[in-house]
Design a protein around this ligand. Structure first.
Ligand code: DNO
Length: 360
């Protein structure tokens, strides 16, 4: 069974109040974070408890964290990594003690997700995130960062934290020697080090795919498709080591067969991000409404595959379009994500009923 959630950035960062989220039928909880704590620092138990109390007071649960970000020292694998891994372990322990057991993270160097337009207009007047490889090729990372920050309507975008990106040149310098193999080895090293604490508290680590799934500004990418994910699952072959199945990220490569990937990753998908996007041409795509016919993915087949493998974790409608003049963090308004949640739950209900009828 899917456990429907919405991402919520916390009291001082989100425009959407918890009581609104509570009113979306079928939504059981939120995926949240301590947004103000920089990557690498320990999350204090007290802050986690406060956050939990606030969410529970609204009649919801914390069904996962997105993200506990990984410090660049860990990704680069330099001498500081031990200290930052120790901090990460402590954060996991503090989360585990509060019964929070799904943790989403990514292992993308410098940038998290990358888009060239945060407000591309769709034919119906809604606006969405879009990507054009030619634009990325024609600008430098700093320009993209400035552009993204300038078009985020004053909201702090996840993955674009200023303290991390203040030193963009130094970061690129630090990653100079980090190729795909080194990055992968550093990820495996990290997972092996956190394994004991994850297993002690039954924490499921859910790596988010690279977005898009090809190198941006020459930075290596390691979570791009089925072979790569399988390689990681094998390298640390334990159930705690799993994936956030993000359809929108894996799906940036039209060759990734999403339902087939889901079936092949049975038992290792700990969290799902469901959204749709429209492929325009190679390297050019824009996000769309969740509805299958609005984009390039078959959402029915995606939800069916999750159902068929017995997926029982949290799901969220991923980025929404901006509609109905809502003012909110781009991609994370209430309205379109609520529509997405209802659509996904509707698909699931039909799939379950259909199966029951067949079995009767
Ligand atoms: C973008 C998100 C990502 C994601 C991280 C997970 O909207 O999908 O920022 O949260 O990559 O660590």
């Amino acid at each position: 069974m899917l456990h429907m959630t919405l991402r919520w950035f916390g009291p001082n960062h989100d425009t959407v109040p918890l009581n609104y989220i509570r009113q979306i039928p079928g939504v059981e909880g939120v995926i949240t974070t301590l947004y103000d704590i920089p990557a690498g620092e320990v999350w204090p138990s007290e802050r986690i408890r406060e956050l939990k109390a606030e969410v529970e007071a609204a009649g919801l649960k914390i069904l996962g964290i997105e993200s506990v970000n990984i410090h660049d020292a860990i990704k680069i694998g330099n001498e500081d990594r031990e200290r930052y891994i120790d901090n990460y372990i402590e954060t996991l322990r503090n989360l585990g003690k509060e019964g929070i057991t799904t943790v989403c993270y990514n292992f993308m160097p410098v940038f998290d997700w990358t888009r060239t337009d945060l407000a591309k207009e769709r034919p119906d007047g809604s606006t969405v995130f879009a990507y054009d490889e030619e634009i990325v090729r024609s600008i430098d990372p700093q320009t993209l960062f400035d552009h993204t920050t300038a078009s985020s309507e004053g909201f702090l975008m996840p993955g674009w934290e200023p303290e991390r990106l203040a030193k963009i040149k130094d970061l690129f310098e630090a990653y100079k020697e980090v190729d795909e193999k080194t990055l992968f080895d550093n990820l495996v090293y990290f997972l092996k080090r956190i394994r004991p604490v994850a297993e002690e508290y039954d924490i499921k680590m859910a790596i988010h795919p690279d977005d898009p799934v090809w190198p941006v500004f020459g930075l290596p990418r390691i979570i791009t498709g089925l072979d790569k994910v399988k390689k990681l699952m094998k390298a640390v072959d334990a159930p705690f080591n799993g994936v956030t199945f993000c359809t929108g990220s894996f799906g940036t490569n039209p060759k990734n067969d999403l339902p087939e990937m889901i079936r092949a990753l049975e038992g290792r998908i700990h969290f799902a991000h469901i959204r749709n996007l429209e492929h325009v041409e190679e390297g050019v795509f824009e996000e769309s409404a969740h509805l299958s016919r609005d984009g390039s993915f078959d959402l029915y087949e995606i939800v069916k595959a999750l159902h068929d493998i017995g997926f029982d974790g949290p799901v969220r409608p991923d980025h929404g379009r901006m509609i109905w003049d809502e003012v909110a963090m781009p991609g994370y308004g209430l309205y379109d994500r609520a529509l997405g949640a209802m659509y996904i739950l509707g698909l699931e209900e039909a799939i379950v009923k259909n199966q029951e009828m067949k079995n009767a």
